[in-house]
Design a protein around this ligand. Sequence first.
Ligand SMILES: [Zn+2]
Length: 69
Amino acid sequence: MPRPDPLELAWITIDCPHCGERYDAPTDPSAGSTSYVEDCAVCCRPIVVDLIVDADDDLVEVRVRREQD
Ligand SMILES: [Zn+2]
């Protein structure tokens, strides 16, 4: 019997708008469409991540931008 995963984490690829590096980060699409700030894993500057999630909790779009934009 498969065990349900309570976290349902999805991995997104973040293209840092500051340093241009790309890395993967876990995110939780079950919270719905949201925006949050994540520090770049490479340069540690804040990145605003916009998650667009549909009614089935599927991630449809990820946008990243600088905090001051
Ligand atoms: Zn960076």
